[in-house]
Structure formats: C-alpha cells, structure tokens
Write a protein that binds this ligand. Sequence first.
Ligand SMILES: [Zn+2]
Length: 249
Amino acid sequence: MEKLTLKGKVILEGKIKLKTGMHIGGTKETLKIGGTDNPVIRDAFGGILIPGSSLKGKIRSLLEKKYGRYDKDDKRDSYLPCKCGKCEICKIFGPHDSKNIYEPVRVIVRDAYLQTEGNKKDYEYLEIKVENTIDRLKGTTIKGGIRNMERVVAGSEFKFEVVFNIYKEEDKELIKKFIEGMRLLEDDYLGGCGSRGYGKIKFKDMKVICKPKEYYEGNENSKIESNKVESLNELESELNKVWEGLTFN
Ligand SMILES: [Zn+2]
C-alpha cells in the first residue's frame, strides 16, 4: 500500500448564523429550574454549541443522499453512512466500518460555539417554543401532544472551524465536495424539527487558511490566509488561491 505523507493542512473558518431558531437536543441532566423538557445541548460549563459531530454528520448525510452513497439499514427503517472506504465521502469523513480504512480520514470538524455580545450570557440567546401535535381528524391538539422546545434564537452566531489534512493534489476536490455539502446545508436544516422550520442557517465571515508542512517545521511565513468572504462560492475561489502554497513532490 502506498504510504501517504502529510503535505499540510487547509482550514475553513467562519460563522454560522441562525436564520430561524435551532434545537440540537441535549440531555435532561442539563435541565435547570424553570427549564424545559427538551433542552438544547450545552457543554459542562453551560456553553451553547453546535457539536462538531452534528455539523459533520449533517453535511455527510446531505452529500451521501446527493451521490447515492448510503446503505439501507435492514434492521430499522433508516439509512446508514457509506462504509466502502474508497469513495470521496469515505475519504473525507472516514468509512462507517473501521475494516475498510484505506487512507487517512481528511476532515476534522470542531465544536462551533455561540458568540455572545458584550456582557450577554449564553442563556439570553434561548427561547421556549411550544409545539402542538394536531389530531388530523378532530383538528385539535392531541392529549399529551404539547412539547416545550428550547431553541437558540434566530440571529445567533456560532464560530466554526473545519480542518482538512492534505495528502494528495486531488484532495482539493474533497474540500470542494465538503463546500458543496455546506451549500446543501444552507437549504436544509441543522438539529431537530426541521420540517417545522427550525435550524435554517447561513455561513458568513469565512476565510481559508493554508498551512503547508513547512509551517509545522517552523516556517511561520509559509502560512497563507485568504480574504474574508461572505459566500461559499467566494470561499471556493479563495481555496484555489491559497492552494498554491502547497507542494506535492
Ligand atoms: Zn464510501
């Protein structure tokens, strides 16, 4: 087997802005007095975040559906992530079966934390939304069908960071594929209750940073940072520019 060597890292940074309220479920243990049955996820210190695993999983599943790279789960009525280990999605995210790892996984998606303004505290970015389940025949709320959903309010912003480990010249196409998944996500949703309008997001304030292997050997000047951009198409153009900083021989 060919032994791949790391040529550098390419980092996508920016913000995720909520266009509608978002609910990524936490556990009941984080429930505080006056809280809700369905709290949003928090870290151990009460910080509100979008877990890297949620962001990564959602982008992966959108790409898998676009390219038909999923497996049917025969035990349950659902789909499983691709486990082939050879397709672009498996190269980016890792195969869903550790026996099929042929190449190092390319992407690391960090937890995205809520950005608070001034002295505002994280909990000031939360709201409770009451959701009814309507009886389709009577047109009334089903008994026990009322849920209090905690949401992060529309307008909130989270700081994201995605790191790609670069081994081959073709890896640029893998980053472009990931950006395609980010585009799909802007017209999909993050978290729960998407069909009720929750979790519409937009990426903004983005840049690409290229750190060739020389950077890690101590050459600070080899790092290239792109301009700040507001759209994913511009981000892809900036990627083409900073990519020049990498060498593949
Ligand atoms: Zn695959």
